[in-house]
Write a protein that binds this ligand. Sequence first.
Ligand SMILES: Cc1ncc(COP(=O)(O)O)c(C=O)c1O
Length: 384
Amino acid sequence: MDDKLMLMIPGPTPVPEQVLLAMAKHPIGHRTGDFSKIMEEVTQNLKWLHQTQNDVLILTVSGTGAVEAGIINFLSPGDRVLVGSNGKFGDRWAQVSKAYGLQVDTITAEWGQPLDPEQFRAKLEADTDKTIKAVIMTHSETSTGVLNDLETINRHVKAHGEALIIVDTVTSMSAYNIPVDEWGLDVVASGSQKGYMIPPGLGFVAVGPRAWEAYATAKLPRFYLDLGKYKKDGAKNTTPFTPPVNLFFALQAALRMMKAEGLESIFARHQRLTHSTRAAIKALGLPLFAPDGAGSPAITAVAPDRVDAEQIRSIMKKRFDIALAGGQDHLKGKIFRIGHLGFVSDRDILTAIAALEATLQELGYESFTPGAGIAAAAKVIANS
Ligand SMILES: Cc1ncc(COP(=O)(O)O)c(C=O)c1O
């Protein structure tokens, strides 16, 4: 059936009708009072979302561009950075850092396991000469469905006293409580096609005062991604370059929806989606890839051992029009991932789990009692 696709991948995520309709307008000039009013409103609402009084800058980039901007504006060639890497995105920030001539020290964990905050503490404590200029990490590692312990790692960075913390919150911003000012996070980057409920194309970078101090002396090359330009023009409610005007209409509508729902409710909903999905997967006898306590609020990765992950995805798509994500890099064919980020409700989880049960039956997988997954998800939903 046409037009019935249910997107359960970690991005792009589903876009609400109000947001789609907001985009279905003629673009307006970006050097106009009307655009400035939108810019003013979305900037205020982005600060609300980030729980910050400091800057949240809007760039025309994907998530990678936002994180790259977050790295290159505050560092100089040869600076030592500590990069947490336990998946594809952590690896990417190490690659970006190397591409810009930074001296990269990595802290790794096996894909599917969270980063160990103790390893950060040990490296940072040993750095008595304060050579580490930044710690770069991914909060929700989308490739594996692991949520890293940002709060504890950040505490160790704060104890170091010199290093900035630069965080990829591409699939945790607006899904998980990240009080940017309270935790003193220096640079926080995210992208529009995730928890923001709008299509791809905008990146967001929150920048705190310590990061701006570093910006003043940072020497890595920058031009389009020079955040100083965005700060200066943002203060006048404008942008340095032509923005995707219709995505700003979308952002305005989506942030209004988020404000109406409220931060606490948004976080509680994502927690419910995560817990109900994980409970259902366990009840179906399928192994979860991320351990309990470290499950991402955006995505649940499943590593089926007695049934083929790609066959599951294929039937889910062909029969039920539900798009699930596959594994990336060496996890290709080994895991499948259920996205529950952004405009996703309890009903979507119940639907996806019911379709998954039907798919497993079609594949002849018999290690579960039919209905067990739905019952487990429904129990979590009913009790939270
Ligand atoms: C955690 C994380 N960081 C960065 C990115 C990269 O974003 P993009 O593909 O928008 O450049 C993604 C994309 O899925 C992501 O999940």
